[in-house]
Design a protein around this ligand. Structure first.
Ligand code: PEP
Ligand code: MG
Length: 314
């Protein structure tokens, strides 16, 4: 039934009572941008630039990088595109941007931390993104992965704003979620990376199948942190997106909207599922479900309670 509904859903992206929701696509290259174009995505919420470079031994030139970004931006004229700077390291090893043989790469020099070793790698990438962005007639936002301190956020935002673009950070390290108010003062927007945030909050490797119950997207401890970030965004009047796997679960998507999240970014194939589910529930139901999951003792109960409320049986 859900599949039939999703097939028929053609938007607009909003709740049953017409509260608008921004549904965006996660992509990594031009082919992904083409899939996103064929979906109902309103734009790109996460462009994982590092995934284009997993098999690239040396740093591409600024011109080569510009061509790549241009090929993606060109598929979405007029639309918002959120580009993430290189998130190299750990589960996404990039030869030219990784520190080899770290004992604990998930806690190592990864994401924005790489620029502490080679700042030029980041600024050359930003220059390529800025050049491609100048030809794109929609808003281009740039965000950094794995930000853990306020000073990193301030430094990154300075680099981006002096080039005239909107600056954001991913919230995927618990420290950034805990201190969210101070981070929000430094940037224009934030995007929750629930995959890594869950891994670090639960101290459970995101890729380890034996730990799947810990990394369940409905873990109340993680949802509590997400709620704090979303509420802080509402207070500061700044956009808070979710671009991790949690956004692709239609019921959890409704919960996230209820918390105050302003956009959801996911694999293009999930957009119609999420869109059709949101069209069946009211914002009030989303808010009640969001409140309820915070009191659940475990992910199973959180999910059951939320679904009951979203189905009008709460
Ligand atoms: C995340 O961590 O949730 C995220 C969106 O980024 P990635 O999966 O690429 O680490
Ligand atoms: Mg991540």
């Amino acid at each position: 039934k859900r599949r039939a509904h999703a097939r028929e859903w053609t938007g607009p992206a909003q709740t049953k009572d017409e509260h608008p929701v921004e549904l965006l696509a996660n992509i990594q290259d031009r082919a992904g941008a083409e899939r996103a174009e064929a979906s109902q995505a309103a734009g790109i919420g996460l462009f994982r630039t590092e995934l284009s470079f997993l098999n690239t031994p040396t740093e591409p030139s600024i011109d080569e990088q510009t061509d790549l970004y241009r090929s993606v931006f060109g598929r979405f004229p007029g639309a918002k595109i959120v580009v993430r700077t290189l998130d190299a390291g750990s589960d996404k090893p990039v030869a030219f941007a990784s520190v080899p043989n770290e004992e604990n790469p998930a806690l190592g020099v990864r994401g924005l931390r790489t620029s502490g070793i080679d700042e030029g790698l980041l600024t050359r990438q930003i220059d390529a993104i800025v050049t491609a962005s100048a030809e794109h007639d929609g808003p281009n936002w740039i965000m950094a992965p794995m930000v853990s301190t306020v000073s990193e956020a301030r430094w990154f935002a300075g680099l981006i704003r002096e080039r005239g673009l909107k600056a954001g950070i991913m919230i995927e390290v618990p420290a950034a979620a805990i201190m969210i108010d101070q981070f929000l003062e430094e940037v224009d927007f934030v995007s929750l990376g629930t995959n890594d945030l869950t891994q670090y909050v639960m101290a459970a490797d995101r890729g380890n199948a034996n730990l799947a119950t810990y990394t369940d997207n409905w873990q109340p401890a993680v949802l509590t942190l997400i709620n704090q970030v979303a509420q802080a965004g509402v207070r500061h009047g700044k956009p808070v997106g979710v671009c991790g796997e949690a956004a692709a679960d239609p019921n959890l998507a409704a919960v996230l909207i209820g918390m105050g999240v302003t956009s959801l970014s996911m694999a293009p194939g999930a957009i119609a599922y999420v869109g059709s589910r949101l069209s069946e529930v009211t914002l009030q139901q989303c808010r009640e479900a969001a409140e309820a999951v915070l009191h659940a003792p475990d992910p199973i109960k959180a999910r059951q309670t939320a679904i009951a409320i979203l189905q009008g049986k709460g």
